[in-house]
Design a protein around this ligand. Structure first.
Ligand code: BES
Ligand code: ZN
Length: 446
């Protein structure tokens, strides 16, 4: 294509792999994507290995590790979210295109664009200087979007290979275009699914409605029992371990551009804001826990009406957690809540899903300061410091298993539409990501 730099060519190739981790039909595509990475990294002179897991492979690439240098691990994920609803995409999700200065494709921001900018930053430094200022380990997984089920065991089994002083990730948010953003916290997550069963089979709602419980009505009751009218979670003990927000954080966040309540209304396209009383939208999403329904099902979904009383109904839930909540403890409390609030006449089947602990680090430590200098150099602007509403479950596991803290150098804009149709990544962010990687390794080496 005309006007395409070699860097963009690489990104387009990377984006064309439909590496959807949750869908087993795409397992071959996920693997092909990993193999392309291996080829790219090997071509740059890094010692690269592909490690199969029970599902999708892990890719590790290293330069020569020399004594006396800092060791930096850069993590990213090459898997992507599903693309549905497909008809809402302006152009096909795996046929990347540049429009209005942005790259449009599934994974453009989350996480292929951000991740590749680090790879290309390293490639550039190697070309320019023949050598990196640090010992570098790239660690790329293909299971982040399904909760990284095989990565913690991989860390346990490869502590020596992955030993490092500090970890860097670009897989989080940037508050506004051109505003460099250091993340120092992530929410944790715990997922589950509940199925309510009533009659042995779908019934005629005229013949039997009124005589037996309707599981779809029952699931609505169960879902409604989770919150009060103001959005506070009613699960007993849910807030027991929530660390209160510090005054300095609230003051600092109030000055961060791009995250005012008005900005949240605009970027979400919502009528109004809604959430726990006494907190701004940034505070609600970065530092307060939530209960969300991710999906509801049961009964007739087709055209027109069908007078049926469904045999079962289900709902899928995710709980976002903050320090010092523990996912296992929360899921016990949630399960007890469901048992207590299950309406009569239906049986309840609970299935636990994936989870991850929340993360919180000091942004003023030596590595935090180095990251802030690098952000300033790459963007020529003063960085802001935030926590994140999203989750990257492996980050706390990095600390627990490898003993290293993580710098979150986000390049994802609020309107990047990650996990949604028309995901996009500004070419400008891709290019600044490359500069950021170069500056970061330099600063971390000091
Ligand atoms: N990159 C996101 C997380 C993210 C995005 C954090 C923007 C902060 C700002 C990541 O790929 C993601 O979506 N994670 C999942 C994790 C889950 C599937 C275990 C999430 O947060 O839902
Ligand atoms: Zn994601």
């Amino acid at each position: 294509m005309a006007g395409m730099t070699p860097e963009l060519e690489d990104l387009f190739t990377f984006l064309r792999f439909p590496s959807i981790s949750t869908d087993s039909k795409h397992a071959g595509d996920v693997r092909a994507c990993a193999e392309w990475l291996v080829e790219k990294l090997t071509g740059m002179g890094l010692e690269t290995t592909l490690h199969p897991t029970e599902r999708h492979p892990v890719v590790v690439a290293r330069n020569e590790h020399k004594p006396g240098r800092k060791t930096v691990l850069i993590y990213g994920h090459y898997d992507v979210q599903p693309v549905d609803p497909l008809h809402l995409w302006t152009t096909p999700p795996f046929e990347p295109e540049i429009r209005d200065g942005k790259i449009w494709a599934r994974g453009a921001t989350d996480n292929k664009g951000q991740m590749l900018s680090h790879i290309l930053g390293v490639e550039k430094t190697l070309k320019e200087k023949g050598e990196l200022p640090v010992n570098l380990t790239f660690l790329f997984e293909g299971e982040e979007e399904i909760g990284s089920p095989n990565l913690a065991p991989f860390l346990e089994a490869n502590r020596e290979l992955l030993k490092c002083d500090v970890i860097a990730i670009s897989d989080t948010g940037m508050v506004a275009p051109g505003v460099p953003t250091l993340g120092y916290g992530l929410r944790g997550i715990a997922c589950c699914e509940v199925t309510l069963r009533g009659p042995a089979r779908d019934l005629h709602s005229g013949l039997f409605g009124g005589a037996v419980a309707n599981p779809a009505t029952a699931i609505a009751h169960l879902i409604a029992s989770l919150h009060d009218e103001e959005g506070k979670v009613l699960v007993e003990g849910f807030y027991d371990d929530v660390r209160p927000l510090e005054d300095w954080e609230r003051e600092m966040w109030a000055k961060v551009p791009g995250v005012s309540d008005e900005d949240f209304v605009k970027v979400t396209g919502s009528l109004n804001l809604f959430g726990e009383a006494g907190y701004s939208s940034a505070e609600r999403t970065w530092a307060r826990p939530t209960a969300e329904v991710n999906g509801i099902g049961g009964g007739y979904q087709g055209e027109g009406s069908k007078t049926v009383l469904p045999a079962e109904a289900f709902a899928k839930f995710s709980f976002r957690l903050v320090p010092d909540q523990d996912p296992a403890d929360i899921m016990k409390k949630v399960q007890a809540h469901f048992d207590k609030h299950c309406p009569p006449g239906v049986s309840l089947l609970y299935e636990g899903g994936h989870d991850g602990k929340p993360y919180h680090a000091d942004p003023n430590g030596p590595y935090g300061l180095a990251a802030r200098r690098a952000l300033k150099a790459a963007f020529d602007a003063e960085p802001v410091m935030i926590r994140e509403g999203g989750s990257i479950p492996i980050v706390q596991a990095f600390r627990d298993i490898l003993g290293a803290d993580t710098l979150l150098l986000g390049l994802a804009l609020a309107d990047a539409q990650i996990h949604s149709p028309d995901e996009n990544f500004p070419v400008e962010n891709f290019e600044s990501g490359i500069r950021l990687n170069q500056a970061l390794l330099e600063e971390l080496a000091k």
